[in-house]
Write a protein that binds this ligand. Sequence first.
Ligand code: PMV
Length: 317
Amino acid sequence: MAVIASAPGKVILFGEHAVVYGEPSLAGAIDKRIYVKAEENSDKKIRIISGDYSEIVEFSNLKPEGRFRYVKKAVELVFNKANETLGIDIIVNSQLPPASGLGSSAAVSVATIASLSRLFGIALEKKEIARLGHRVELEVQGAASPTDTLTSTFGGMLFIEPTKKRHINIAFSELPLVIGYTADPRSTAELVKSVRERRERHPEIIDSIIAQIGNITRKARHFLEEKNLESIGELMDINHGLLEALGVSTEKLSRLVYVSRNAGARGAKLTGAGGGGCMIAYTPENEEEVIKAIAKEGCEAFKAPITKEGVRIEKEK
Ligand code: PMV
């Protein structure tokens, strides 16, 4: 028996970093997915394969370490839930660049949980998949907001309020986006730490920036719900300025933001933790011009429409 599940990556449209301090975030699932195939094997071991990399692990040694730490933790949680173990091949195929802020770790965790639980015949509701996915991220990374795992599980656009432990689905708006990928690796944990330190040095200033990012996110939710997209680009621009003030942009990210605006994007900002990774541009027109302008800076650019589809079972046989 084999099951293939897939889960999408995400972009944070508004609210990164401020969400760590209790403000809401607004994220959207993107049309690039990670596919995970789980198949019973006869060796009674866990074999994980992704592209050119593979690893064989014994059940007794399923520590969440190394390249496949998210998959290993997800496998352990599902085994615990099923109260049994099986020899399993797990084959990962990703359309997402890793460590880019596009939510690849959440997507691989969520897709692994979905494929494996189906293989065991356990019916998990999406809420439970998202909860387990968030646990994987927490245990592997130490800290993580539920933004990525919720968005990857439910798909669409979500307004997430971590302090109230709830999320609201925003009725789907067409939101043409271009993603620019700097290919500079960065660590979310380091960037969260640098904002915390800046806040400790200047609490009165940083707290008001965080509060303003919260206001932008709430206003953006309102505009998106009303399908009033006129001001969305401008809110992205303001949000980017405030992320620069928090110290998480880089010269390259801000350059991509500026060349995108000059090429006709309605607005642009870094997305995710910053320090490298990706930026997004809102491009209801001039999509091709923006892609070309980013490519001219030596960076990859691609269209990333928001997708309604969260985690799903692709195939079982
Ligand atoms: O780098 P990403 O996409 O995982 O985004 C991190 C977003 C932060 O707000 C900086 C951290 C978090 O856990 O929400």
